[in-house]
Write a protein of this length. Sequence first.
Length: 220
Amino acid sequence: MNIDPSFAHRATITERLAVQVGEQIFAGTLKPGVPLREADLAAQFAVSRHVIREVLRTLAADGLVDYASFRGARVPLLSVEDARDIFRARRILEASADAMLALPDAKDIGAIHRRFVAAVKAKDWAVAFNLDRVFHGKIMETAGSARMSAWLATLQKDLRLAYLVAPSFNEEGFVDSVDQHGEIVAALEAKDRTRALAAMRAHLDAAEDDLLEAMERRRN
């Protein structure tokens, strides 16, 4: 999660704890499907269960916790079907006629890609994920739609939760993404929008296949 440095000084205790619990979820410290018990979290953070209840409701509103008053809260456990739905939505956003209405600056996208390649080589998967998010987000900005960018950001957050179900995807998927991102950058350098959109769709198709395979292996 990317936190404004001044956030800790301005945020309420509920907001600060929501950030901390969210970071534990994204780090995999709190595993997918694990119950989030109010008493345990209250003891961990030395606050009341009422505060923790508000924290969990905040995280549920952001899609980071499954919460229901009759059964409590848990870390989301995304399914293969969820992953398919995420990529279906991403293709509509990122590889449709409305995507890349104006070609992104190839120099900027290329710089992000080079940092992504370095993170993959270093096997720093958290940094690689964040750079992958930035790479796609910067391209989406050229559609000129704040709503489309916001939808993509939500899908990327959901995708991070899906990756936690199948940790092996980190190496497989991101390694494969290096050349796929490279083809997108090459198309942008050539100012070929048709080629760029085709490369984006091929990349999303391949990433979906890698993730589904990893999830299926984990499930079996």
